[in-house]
Design a protein around this ligand. Sequence first.
Ligand code: BGC
Length: 878
Amino acid sequence: MIITKLTCEYQENLFGTDCLSPRFAWKLEDGISQTAYRIQVSKDQDFVDLIWDTDKVCSDSSIQNVYAGPKFQSRTKYFARVMSWDQDDKSTKWSKTSVIETAFLDENEWSAKWISTSDARDKLVEHVVPALRKDFKVNGDIVSARVYATAHGLYRLSINGKRVGDEYLTPYWTEYDSRLQYQTYEVLDLLQTGTNTIGAMLGDGWSVGEMAFDKHRAIYQDRVALLMQMHIRFEDGSEQVLCSDASWKWANSPILMSEIYHGETYDAQKELPGWDSPDFDETSWQAVVEGAKYKGKLIAQEGAPVKKIETIKPIKLLETPKGEKVIDFGQNMVGFVRFSLATAAGTKVQIKHAEVLDKEGNFYTDNLRNARQTITYTSNGNGEIVFEPTFTFQGFRFIQLIDWPGEINLENFEGVVIHSVMPQTGTFECSEPLINQLQHNILWGQKGNFVDVPTDCPQRDERLGWTGDAQVFAATACYNLDVSKFFTKWLHDVAISQFADGEIPHVVPDCIKDGSGGSTGWADAVVVIPWTVYKSYGDTRILVEMYDSMKKWIEYMRKNGDDWRNKFHFGDWVALDAKEGSYIGATDRRMIAYAFQIYSTDIMMKTAKVLGRMDDFADYLILKNRLIDEFRDEYVTPNGKLAVPTQTGHILSIFLDLMEVKYRERTAADLEKLIREKETHLDTGFLGTPYINFALTKAKKLDVAYELLLKKDYPSWLYQIENGATTIWEHWDGIKPDGTFWSVGMNSFNHYAYGSIGDWMYKTIAGINCAETSSAYKQSVIAPRPGGGLTYAKASIETMYGLLSSEWNQSADEFVLKVNIPVNTTSILCINLNEKKIFLDGNEINHKDTKYYYTAGEDWYIEVGPGTHELKLVDEKR
Ligand code: BGC
């Protein structure tokens, strides 16, 4: 057996952390199972100065093993390695070393001061980005140098003219009134002996800029400010510390405006050549002012950083009927356009961004509402430049060149995609190309909306952490990309933002700040997402950390009962059965509130069990059953008819097992009827769509589920694709069959909520599931349900243990399933036998063999261990 990867807190190296009890995980190959492990943590690379050695621990645990050595020291590097023993008690070699470096473990170690510009900034206007600078001397042989930095607003640092780090939108977005992340940078290579210069630019960002529709500004802070502390270590052991303080200077930079929603205005004629390098004449610069101490908590970077992930070449230059010059990037993407240009001084370039063209083929921006999404650049005539904006991002597929000097050459443009770093974990493919495009669109919806915070959309003046959207999409998100760190950080903000009574605000971070929250299906994010993260990554810590918040929400609902159920809820948001002119679907919102209360109480019950809180477990079990009884009294007629005559009502009742067993067939038939009445179309919104195909599968109506998925006419998932979608739309009728748009007020073409069908595609088409009593796929269940005329499907996920994959091929008389099961895990293959001969890895299996057993009629369960397996079902007659 070999160890192929060691991680600490989900990362190969954990840099700039303040986590005192990081968790180790490793992947094993060429073996069956682990019987023991040994972890060592040392202060030196050679593991001589050991601070923690577990010795041989008899355990099969190869993920989430918590560091339990002596308390880490601040700003210190540690080295970790691990060794495992296999099923025959044979040990592996030591793993590759993983490095942990701590940042500040005590806030008092910050001696830097908050510094800002000296002008009292008007809260209501967009600002010129200030540039701040400081010269400093370094003498001696440097062995290491670190910068710790954060800001109100956004910051970008440079040293001696070179950019520090490669992240975007630092220090990212948290509940700023309570906590603010700082980042750690290794800057040794940027320093030189003698005079050095550090520079900083400060953008308005989420904290100071315009946010949350309605043109609010300065929601958290009324001016941008910087906090920076540099520690330089010399060979002789001495240390030099440089801090942001009143001795820094500032001036206006050439960035005249840079805003999350609006884009950037840059005047190269106002550039300050050499401003962030030594020997610059700063006499005309003003002194900064020291600001007040930050009242919240400064924490080391906890989320996944946002970086440039890929670039996209434009595919076409268009001239629209209105005569607009438009470039098509072929993909609705999030980031910015990088362009190159050489032109005369004073020449202006202006670029607008849009997601779609209208019916006539003209550039369309009405759906962006107040977001200007515009880049304006003025040249200084100094030869060829390559321009990228600094503190903004756009959601777009098309750009309009309002001003562009001379001929337009596509080679001068490139789309730069930015999002949180989340390695791809999932793949899905099948024999229907349109479904593969759907998977592509779901993935791109996730990329574009996982920019530090899970947002509803990335283009209009919104881009907020809507809890309901994240709640319904979380399971799909966990398949596609490694979102462990991403969600951990956001969930901590969810807990912080919770109101005293237990309600969760509609958006987190709660920049709306009007006290509104507690909407069913939205607030449940506090329960559903920690559980989803736990199931995906075996992360019991997130359950422990979130437990009180989860409970508070459950108790709020219990305590307030109908007072809460009758309050405002978004309901089955944007469902097609909504009344004319309304966003709220027809399904009774009080019924939906019951359903989600039961859903969350069920998860709470399971969470209590995982954490060994058996009193709570019993309490929530009773609560859940009581709620189901109430639900039945209220919504089920004496003869077992569900008295909520909508698709979503039926979907939730089936998905959550709300109906008595004897009435389930009837409910299933009624759901099918409701779907057939719409000529086999859904009319569901945010709270019905995610579960429609799960409900149909459960109701033994798999064929209807496939029919819905494969529908190409309006409304359906593939209708969007037939209409050129490259991401998921907010509305089924974002573009109507007659080519007109849904109302301008709210029409995003990059909204991931309906992408939640991805969860069903992985779980049901490809059949990749985590067993009910397991987490992180320590025991997986591979239960593919072929249908819809698909001839093959294959999916995989890179789990904490390694690659788990399922691939099936269906021909006229043969069904072949190939799986790969990671080392140190087991899997149950679950298939529908139906009079077939069955071969496992080439050997025919005797149906009577007690190792394999039937349940529920036709389903067969076969337990297999690590490695690849092939299961073949052949017609009995052959
Ligand atoms: C957002 C949604 C969100 C909703 C609340 C909209 O403006 O874009 O996705 O969940 O408001 O109902």
